[in-house]
Design a binder for this molecule. Structure first.
Ligand code: MN
Length: 319
């Protein structure tokens, strides 16, 4: 850690980034670390490829997040890459190539260790949980603003403390964060209680048309671009769809098969049993993630993807 402190203090330009299709953990961790570093260091940039989903706009410092395209030169002495299992998920080659030192902090077991320094802890509920300790190690303050960001990442990535990854340590960290007097109600409101009517109607439609396969063990949702248009929602608004399938009694695997603009499809898997490893399933499609939450992207039609998913899931459900 001393080595890291030294690197941080002698870097004139520092950037913090995370993965494409940002989630609560990626945004929470880059903002949490960014706000903490700003207490002591000046030249900090917080960058991602995509636009910030509106439900994270309430986070302190969200106005500091810029897109790669918005800056002239992606060149830094030190680049933190947070919550990013592999370098492709950053969505920019330039920033990796041009940064002198890369620090990779992540909790994905499949992390490819692409950094110069790799801090990987697959037992951690979230990258935010790791960033919490990291900020403390750097002797920076976990104030209310930083805590709000970190808490958001822990809540979202631990499935509201439901997943196995939400350990005693996770709860202790959450307790520390709450001591800063952060506004928990406001976090929960912004994350979960401002859904649009359209997005719920879409979920209703998807549940009505959900397909059940493998003798009631696999739930399949297919999401086309036309359907999203028809309901006037973006996928970002209906992220929780896959968990509805998981929560059905008897279902071992829930999958959302979602059409992409580039002729590809995205798979998103969830399971709820220790014996049903959807990370291994996603790996069959060159994807990855966690044991109970994973994803992959492939070039196929929705129908082709569906039959592949059914075929490959056969070995993973509990018969
Ligand atoms: Mn994460």
């Amino acid at each position: 850690m001393n080595k890291l402190m030294e690197i941080v203090s002698r870097s004139n330009s520092i950037a913090i980034t995370s993965h494409i299709d940002p989630d609560g953990d990626s945004i929470g961790s880059i903002l949490g670390l960014g706000l903490a570093l700003k207490q002591k260091y000046k030249n900090i940039k917080i960058l991602i490829r995509d636009s910030l989903p509106s439900r994270y706009e309430f986070l302190p410092g969200s106005e500091l997040i810029k897109k790669y395209d918005d800056i002239e030169e992606q060149k830094f002495d030190l680049l933190f890459v947070l919550d990013c299992g592999d370098e492709k998920r950053i969505g920019s080659n330039e920033i990796l190539k041009n940064s002198k030192t890369i620090v990779n902090i992540d909790h994905h077991i499949s992390n490819t260790k692409f950094g110069d320094i790799n801090i990987i802890d697959a037992s951690s509920s979230s990258t935010c949980e790791m960033v919490f300790s990291f900020i403390k190690d750097l002797n920076l303050l976990i104030n209310k603003e930083v805590a709000t960001c970190i808490y958001t990442g822990i809540v979202t990535d631990s499935g509201n403390f439901m997943y196995d990854s939400a350990t005693e340590k996770t709860h202790l960290i959450a307790s520390e964060l709450l001591k800063t007097n952060l506004n928990k109600g406001r976090i929960i409101y912004n994350l979960y209680q401002r859904k649009s009517i359209n997005s719920l109607k879409f979920i209703g439609y998807s549940l009505t048309n959900m397909k059940i396969a493998l003798d009631g063990r696999l739930a399949i949702f297919k999401v086309t671009l036309d359907l999203l248009n028809e309901f006037n929602v973006s996928y970002d608004n209906i992220e929780g769809l896959v968990s509805y399938g998981r929560d059905i009694e008897g279902i071992d695997i829930s999958v959302v098969i979602r059409e992409q603009e580039n002729g590809k499809v995205k798979l998103s898997f969830r399971s709820k049993d220790d014996d049903v490893d959807v990370r291994a399933l996603a790996q069959l499609f060159n994807g990855g993630g966690h044991k109970k939450a994973s994803g992959a992207t492939l070039t196929a039609s929705l129908a082709e993807a569906e039959s592949m998913v059914i075929e490959k899931s056969r070995k993973f459900v509990r018969w």
